[in-house]
Design a protein around this ligand. Structure first.
Ligand SMILES: [Zn+2]
Length: 234
């Protein structure tokens, strides 16, 4: 066999190996995703509870600020009450005081309610954190195995790709371009041997006698008219 054909065949074999190595790497993703399912769910739940807790704390601060403003108003009106000279003024101030007082009471009720919710949510966040830790522990070993398996498969793939690159750079640019062009869209077959009967080893199209002779000489890259593979004399 000619050197060029041998080099192209080596490339084709490497590409086949690379394709299966890629599949091995890819198989880890859905397995990891399935394994990590409960952890991912627990993480989402915990995150939602944390967001809720933050919202509640912000709400608590807002309500306290409101209540404080009302208290200040209340003090101001109490001073007004002390200074009220007529009974009509006094009645007006008392009416105002009563309104602010009720609003303040409502605020304080809200503060208690939000405070209770904050406490409950705080407890829930702790519980969810424990659930998450447990879920992580439960899959830790299997996950570790999957990840080291995936890393090993990736390393193998990287090494194959490097070997392929080293092989490919040794080809003349024209042959390399032809090979790469044929490889696109083909699962594996770029080169095929010519059979003893002078047919294409890929599609079994019988080749013209003249073409068979060219292929046997192996001086140039000859392609099957039927399927386009590069043919070589085995
Ligand atoms: Zn063919």
């Amino acid at each position: 066999m000619q050197e060029l054909h041998a080099a192209l065949l080596e490339l084709q074999e490497l590409d086949t190996e690379i394709a299966s190595a890629e599949m091995r790497v890819q198989e880890y993703a859905p397995r990891l995703e399935t394994l990590e399912g409960p952890v991912t769910a627990a993480e989402k739940e915990l995150e939602a509870a944390r967001v809720r807790l933050e919202d509640l704390r912000a709400e608590y601060i807002r309500l306290e600020r409101n209540a404080q403003q009302k208290e200040e108003k209340l003090h101001a009106y109490q001073e007004k009450l002390n200074k009220a000279r007529t009974s009509r003024d006094e009645a007006a101030v008392r009416a105002e005081l009563s309104l602010i007082g009720s609003a303040l009471e409502a605020d304080r009720a809200d503060i208690r309610h939000v405070g209770d919710q904050t406490t409950r949510t705080d407890i829930k966040v702790d519980e969810l954190q424990k659930i998450l830790d447990k879920a992580r522990d439960a899959i830790a070993d299997e996950r570790g195995e999957l990840i080291s398996g995936r890393d090993a498969a990736q390393l193998e793939l990287d090494q194959l790709r490097e070997r392929r690159e080293n092989s490919a750079v040794r080809l003349d640019p024209q042959s390399r371009r032809l090979y790469e062009r044929l490889r696109v869209g083909r699962s594996r077959m770029v080169l095929a041997p010519m059979t003893d009967e002078g047919a294409c080893g890929n599609c079994f199209n019988v080749l013209p006698v003249q073409e068979q002779a060219e292929i046997r000489r192996g001086e140039s890259l000859r392609r099957c008219e039927g399927c386009g593979v590069i043919l070589y004399a085995a």
